[in-house]
Design a protein. Sequence first.
Length: 525
Amino acid sequence: MNEENIGKLKHEQGNIHAATGVWGTDELAGGCAAAAAIPGFAGDSGTVHDIAGNIGRTHEIATKAWESIRAVGYDGGGIGASWVGDAHVAAQDAVRALMTDIDSLTDAMRTMPGRLRDYASALEQHTPADNGAVDELTDVAEQASRMTALGFLPDFADYDGQKMAELQFRGAQAVDARVTAHEQIRDRGRDLASVLRDNAGLARGRRLRDSPMSALDEIVVAEAGNNPLFQGNGVLTLAQEERAAAAMSGLGDADRQRMMGLLGSSQSPEQRAYLMKMLAAGYSVDDVAKFNGMIAAHGADPRWLAEHLTPFTMDSDRRTGADGKQWNTFDGAQWTQGQYPTCVASSTVAARAAVDPLYALQLTTGGHPGDPALDNPDAFAQRLREQQEQVYDDGRGWTQKLPVIGSDGMSNDQSETIADEQIAPRTGASYRNVDMGGSDARYDRLPQIEQAVDEGYPVPVSTRGDEGGHQMMIVGHQGDQLQIYNPWGYTYWVSEDAFMAGDISNGTEGLPGKPMSVRLPTEVK
């Protein structure tokens, strides 16, 4: 539904309600004519019903495929000892990846037919009423115009006070009906768009399309880590899958063979996925090989890989503590800004670590996994603090650093700059600051924010409150919920409604909660 049309209808609604008495004939005629000329709903209910039916049948086919794969060997039967694919993945891993891939598709499609039919029913219900209101407004406009002379003055010869009152009542009822019908369709359309947007990533399927690997290898690597026990949304994001596939395709023969050798010698799908994530982050095959040398001893341990190579637990089940927070830690030490005014820098450092596994490994182990002098929580906390301070100092202007008259924190423009410096080189997408002054602006930006995080781009968000300003990072999206990393050391979930209403504090005392602006990824390369 076109929000601009609703605004026009409401404007004419005000004119029609105010058009009373002998001097209101022209205003009534003009308002009713203008309200009648505003277009009705777009979309055909029959077509929507057909789409719902097609998706329903596709869901049935996918469900049967899921059941067939489970029957073939998901429960074992000795299949796990076999190797398949170019990267020597275990057949058991391949079966599980296929099941997970198809399960995501079927789950996404399960509710779509019903929601589409609900929208089609709303069209069927409100379209006749809207068309009837248009006819009524047209008739009122014609009759009111007959009581008007010289284009705007009342025609006292034909003016009838009782008839004018009846026409004004009819016009007001008709325009009210149009406004109500259009708002109903708009709200139903928003709900449907939200459902389709929420399921778009799942329904797309997870594959590193067009890479030199076999289709089965692509699915296994893409689904790696897609397990609530480890990292519920998988190691690779959709954008990383595309970048990794493009990087593989662009390698020369020698580097491609070397990369396939690294994948083939990996001990788990998760280890393979982190190697591909390195390619997606723009690293060379030489860099990938060095990285693999550092993690190879733990390649069969998905928990170790997840803890050392990503700051966030992207839990698909939204499991949190009693306070609604999921604390992000490395061996007990928190990914936090501490008691320093470095929320912009700290959230940016964590976001970079989420898309750059080598950077994360340097922070957690100093580049020396297993060395007790470097791979420990205290050493991690010190390295994290030093990196946050460096990004903070490098990103601020000299006047902000002056004694006495200087100021703490960073601006939105500075946040955009350090996002471009720290995150963009590893994702291929530069950032731009976008203000969100009110609920309508937040609603308009929400689809762009959700699309960005669905594809795997962290989105910095600035908030305000009585306590001042703050920056957090939107890092996940599932259903009608957004996952937010607060550099105080935890992630948490908030609803889309809370975001649009302007309070994402989630009841946390002292947390500035009104979203004021975001840095959106753009110019993806």
